[in-house]
Each structure stands twice: as C-alpha cells, then as structure tokens.
Design a protein around this ligand. Structure first.
Ligand SMILES: Cc1ncc(COP(=O)(O)O)c(C=O)c1O
Length: 317
C-alpha cells in the first residue's frame, strides 16, 4: 500500500500515482478529498483513506468512488449504518494515542462491519530498537487474533528495519521518495527529488559589505556572491544558517539570511557562474539528509513544504 498523501509527499499526487499504481496493491491517502483527486485523475486502483470519513457526505463519496476508508472512531461506526456493506479497514490504537479504536472494541465492531483489514501505526519505527515497536506489534497481533483478516503496522521505518512488522500489508511513504525517516543514509533507496533554482544576479562585495536582511553576514575580504532564486516562500527553510548549495563548480556556502524569494551564496574567485545557471538546493550531489540536518528538521517537512509556485518537472528514470 503506497502512501501518497500530502501531494505524494510534495512530489505531485497524480503524477506519482500514475507512475506507481501498476506496481502496488493499493494507494493510501490521508483524506477523502485526496482520494477524490486520484479518481478524477483516472486512478482506478484500490485507494485507502487513512483518516477515513468525517461526515455523512464523505462517507457517501467513499461508497460512490469505491474507496476503502479507515474506521477509527465511534462516530464513524455510527455513520456506517448508512453504508453497512462498505469495505473498510479498522485502525486500532496500540499505544500511539492518535487515531484508533481500543483493542477491546475491535472484537465487538468486526462482526458488524465489512472489515478488509486491521491496521495500527508505530510511534517509533524510526528507532528500530525502541521498546514500543515490539509492544505495539504484540498488541496488534493479540487484539486481532481470531479475526482472520489481513494486518498492517509497518510504515517506512519498519519496512526498512523491522521485518517482524511486515505482516500482510506494508504502508511505506517517505521511502518511496528515497528518504529514510531517521535521516540516516540508506543505500537501498535513492532520492527521487532534486530542487534547483537559477542564479538571478552576481554581486562584487568590498571588505565589510553586508548581505541580506539583518546584515547578518559581512565580507571579511573582497569577494563575489551569487543571488539564487529560491527562498522560504518556495519551501526552502528560513532557519538554515550555515548550509550549502551544489553548483557546477562544487559546494558553496549560503551567506546571510534566506529570504522569501532568494538566498545568497559565496563564490570563489575561479567560479564562472552566470545568471541563469542552475544551483541545486537538494538532490544531485547534495542529499536532502544534509539539508535536514542544517534546518533541524526531517525530510517529511522539506518535501511536503514545497509550495505551489515551484515548477515540477518529471524525468523518466
Ligand atoms: C497511517 C500511516 N501509515 C503509513 C504512513 C507512512 O509513513 P512513512 O512516510 O513514515 O513511511 C503514514 C504517514 O504518516 C501514516 O499516517
């Protein structure tokens, strides 16, 4: 079950879904609206809605479009009287305390719903030796014992590092796009996305000249900088202080504050960068893992934080 919620983790929902659908048994999104978008893009495969429906009309959307919603609250169970035959997944809370029925409710509810699977979600799959992983797995196995339906608990962290959690269905998200949840290098997967931006302008600075808002960086000697057309309004984190970009000549440091539409990099004397040349923010030669470390975040936020004005181009592998 390929998890393609949040615009396929920022990679573009219909494009990713079309590319991936032939290889998977189902797609999963968070919300009914995302699933509707998939059907509108002519995606015919099974679509699991991880948060399920939140109203009568969303339940009707699920029925009409043959979505497989996840049922996780009593309110949804009550609404299900309107569509008693609709195939559903049930989510049980095995310790994360986010979404899920209690284990004891699972046994009451299963006979009255058309249950195609039971899932739970791990709170710490990015730390493979965390004791909660084992505890959550055994809770799921024991509460679903005797029901005879397919089980699922593994997201990317568990797909990569916890084989005992694979069960009947796995639900990878971030790893489909080549990143590991814990930000560590993972040789079995390759990053899918490169973020690039053009050089907008070149500037020569004298000793003591400052760059950007707050004048946080000052030239200690005469130098040249390039202004690059990407900023926090594109999703490049403003928090980055001390990061680098990849240019045709190699890595160059970001100097001064990242602003809304631009950032500045320090060039070397021998660099022949020109206006219009592309600079890589992450991707080829500069892993998103490094950017994540500079920004003090996780790959999820960088990927999903790319905004609508970033032009996406898709390249056949
Ligand atoms: C219920 C559920 N399953 C699977 C996933 C995929 O997780 P990951 O991107 O860590 O693989 C998510 C993502 O948050 C989720 O909420």
């Amino acid at each position: 079950m390929a998890v393609v919620k949040a615009d396929a983790y920022g990679h573009g929902l219909p494009q990713v879904a079309r590319a991936i659908a032939p290889w998977v048994d189902a797609l999963a999104v968070a919300r009914v609206a995302e699933a509707v978008e998939l059907r509108k893009s002519d995606i015919g495969c099974d679509i699991v809605v991880l948060q399920g429906f939140t109203s009568r009309s969303e339940l009707a959307d699920c029925a009409v479009n043959h979505f497989l919603p996840v049922v996780h609250t009593e309110t949804q169970i009550r609404l299900m009287k309107e569509e008693p035959e609709l195939p559903v997944w049930i989510k049980v809370d095995t310790g994360m305390h986010r979404l899920g029925l209690t284990s004891s409710r699972l046994q009451d509810v299963s006979p009255v719903l058309n249950v195609v699977g039971v899932m739970s979600h791990l709170a710490n799959s990015d730390q493979h030796d965390h004791p909660m992983n084992k505890a959550q797995l055994s809770e799921l196995l024991s509460c679903a014992r005797g029901l005879g339906c397919p089980l699922s608990i593994a997201n990317s962290g568990a797909v990569l590092s916890l084989p005992e959690c694979h069960l009947d269905w796995v639900r990878p998200g971030i790893m489909l796009f080549g990143a590991s949840a814990d930000g560590r290098e993972e040789s079995r997967i390759r990053e899918a996305m490169s973020l690039t931006a053009p050089v907008l302008s070149l500037q020569s600075l004298r000793v003591g000249d400052s760059v950007g808002y707050g004048s946080t960086w000052k030239a200690s000697e005469a130098c040249r900088i390039a202004v690059v057309g990407v900023g926090y309004a594109d999703g490049y984190p403003r928090e980055i202080d001390g990061g680098e970009v990849q240019t045709a000549a190699g890595r160059r440091p970001i100097v001064g504050r990242v602003s809304m539409d631009m950032l500045t990099i320090l060039l070397r004397e021998e660099d022949h960068l020109d206006v219009g040349d592309q600079v890589t923010l992450w991707g080829d030669g500069l892993s998103i893992r490094e950017v994540v470390a500079w920004a003090g975040t996780v790959p999820y936020t960088l990927m999903t934080g790319l905004t609508g004005r970033v032009h996406r181009e898709y390249i056949e592998p």
